[in-house]
Write a protein that binds this ligand. Structure first.
Ligand code: CP
Length: 319
């Protein structure tokens, strides 16, 4: 039987999306991180997108690292990237993300998108017949966490390592840190005040994962308790894109600033992470960001390698 064009582009049961950290299993996460390390060691040896296969990279919010690392990474994989600001497309005039996904699926081998609500990326992924990758939503930043885990793994084995996450843990970076680290069998200590702690649903998901991986999550409003003895200390901006209530947030979060005094409570060989962009003097001080324990710029570089591995894996798994 010959399929018509529409039938050929119905969603394949095997198409793999990466919308949140636990869309992959612990074993698949380890496989992607292993591939990322190989790609970093021999940067131009892997060309699974040769052809070239094209990838659409769509932004509904600003970006430096995500935009550049996907664009460069797709080229290094032998592919062709089409990087677009949504406002310059018909999305900016109200075309639905579902119709956009149906159209882009006819052109490209994967769709990467940075957008707002997780309902929006789910609406895009549902009719897409190619992998859809979350390049940051309000709820999740799973590509960042692959890079974070790659950076930690360069320092020490992931399983059993403790990571303190400070500040606003109720948003994308906090959620992804809790879930991705749990998948890796790590021990997460969230240091955040009430109102900034992960939602119960996120903690319940982490508990289910940790029952299998041996990881754990603890939540405390005491920043010293969160950091005490930690192998990794991570934080993010207190005011994310689109947030208006900055004065209130600064007042509630200032005790969670990652500074030398707080870092002194961590393990002697602890490393410092920040996904960037940083607001120096707010959530993190210069002495931590630029100090000998900082791995922040390795972390930024690893966006490139981790996302190359992710794209190669998703395209392979979706064939
Ligand atoms: N960390 C991160 O996602 O950086 P950009 O906003 O610059 O992409």
């Amino acid at each position: 039987m010959t399929l018509n064009a529409a039938q050929q582009h119905q969603a394949l049961p095997g198409v793999r999306h990466f919308l949140k950290d636990d869309d992959i299993t612990p074993a698949q996460q380890a496989e992607i991180l292993d591939l990322a390390a190989k790609m970093k060691a021999d940067r131009h040896a892997h060309r699974p997108l040769a052809g070239p296969k094209s990838v659409a990279v769509v932004f509904e919010k600003p970006s430096t690292r995500t935009r550049l690392s996907f664009d460069v990474g797709i080229a290094e994989l032998g592919g062709h990237s089409v990087v677009i600001d949504a406002q310059s497309t018909q999305l900016g005039r109200g075309e639905s993300v579902a119709d956009t996904a149906r159209v882009l699926s006819r052109y490209v081998s994967a769709i990467v998108i940075r957008t707002f609500g997780d309902d929006r990326i789910a609406e895009l992924a549902e009719p897409a017949t190619v992998p859809v990758v979350n390049a940051l939503t309000d709820g999740w930043h799973p590509c960042q966490l692959l890079a974070d885990l790659q950076t930690i793994a360069e320092h020490r084995p992931l399983k059993g390592t403790s990571i303190a996450y400070l500040g606003d843990a109720a948003f994308n970076m906090g959620n992804s840190t809790v879930i991705a680290s749990s998948l890796a069998g790590m021990h997460v200590r969230v240091g955040a005040p009430e109102g900034y702690q992960p939602a119960a649903e996120v903690l319940e998901r982490a508990a289910r994962i940790n029952a299998a991986t041996g990881g754990s999550v603890t939540v405390t409003a005491d920043p010293v308790e969160a950091v005490a003895g930690a192998d990794v200390v991570s934080t993010d901006a207190w005011v994310s894109m689109g947030m208006a209530d900055s004065a209130k947030r600064f007042g509630e979060l200032h005790a969670y600033q990652l500074n030398a005094g707080l870092l002194a409570h961590a393990a002697d060989d602890a490393i410092v992470l920040h996904c960037l962009p940083a607001h120096r003097g707010e959530e993190i001080t210069d002495e931590c960001l630029d100090g000998p324990q900082s791995r922040v710029f390795d972390q930024a570089e690893n966006r490139l390698h981790a996302q190359k591995a992710l794209l190669a894996w998703l395209v392979k798994e979706s064939q």
